[in-house]
Write a protein that binds this ligand. Structure first.
Ligand SMILES: Nc1nc2c(c(=O)[nH]1)N[C@H]1C(S)=C(S)[C@@H](COP(=O)(O)O)O[C@H]1N2
Ligand SMILES: [Mo]
Length: 207
């Protein structure tokens, strides 16, 4: 049975001593290493057929867009190697993610000048918030493949966001939209007390 989000955040917060990061360590403070690829989803796994997939760009943009899965996959692909840190304390090193760089996506979008933050939307109603300049970072991508294998539905396949520099709750599974905003607004976990930003190196776990 799934814990209710209030209880879950209260439990994590209670076990949250701050530590100093070790500069030589690849593991952020308070994290442990795992070789496994745990599934961490709040609510049911979404199973959206690729031919019905839509990726919407809306909010503070000059022009709203709705791309199909094929539209997105037709954009140039990249592969990055990145670590993955869950706020529940497991970390994985050296995932090879393949997909479409957010730069390709951003190059086809015209945010209004007042847009500073983005809400990432996923099928199932999941949301998470990011500053626009961090969404547009070099290592952010819409991933469909990890370590040479297509992402399973449990891991957000056919398409998920990957934001390597922040805790993994920012890496929305079944990503289906970017909503541009002038000011920051908490997403799903952020509204239950997860940090608005979520840098694992300074342990921005809770707000
Ligand atoms: N749509 C959606 N995306 C999500 C989540 C979720 O519940 N729904 N959980 C987040 C959390 S807390 C983590 S740690 C990672 C886990 O990804 P994984 O299940 O592929 O390991 O997905 C993130 N993205
Ligand atoms: Mo997580």
């Amino acid at each position: 049975m799934e814990l209710n989000p209030f209880k879950r955040v209260a439990r994590l917060r209670a076990a949250d001593p701050k530590r100093k990061p070790d500069e030589n360590d690849r593991l952020p403070p308070g994290q442990y290493l795992t070789d496994k690829f745990p599934v961490l989803t709040h609510g049911p796994t979404q199973r959206v057929p690729k031919d019905r997939w839509r990726f919407k760009v809306f909010g503070l943009v000059e022009e709203e867009i709705a791309w199909t899965y094929d539209d997105i996959l037709a954009m140039p692909q990249v592969e990055i190697t990145a670590d993955f840190h869950c706020v529940t304390r497991w970390s994985q090193l050296d995932n090879r993610w393949k997909g479409v760089s957010i730069h390709e996506v951003m190059g086809r979008i015209r945010p209004r000048p007042e847009a500073r933050f983005v809400t990432i939307h996923g099928y199932g109603g999941y949301t998470t918030n990011l500053p626009l300049d961090e969404l547009a970072d070099d290592d952010v991508l819409l991933a469909h493949t990890r370590n040479g294998e297509s992402l399973s539905a449990e891991h957000g396949g056919p398409l998920r966001l990957i934001v390597p520099k922040l805790y993994a709750w920012k890496s929305a599974k079944w990503v289906n939209g970017l909503e541009f905003m002038a000011s920051d607004r908490p997403g799903f976990w952020e509204s239950y007390g997860y940090h608005m930003h979520g840098d694992p190196w300074t342990e921005e776990r809770f707000s």
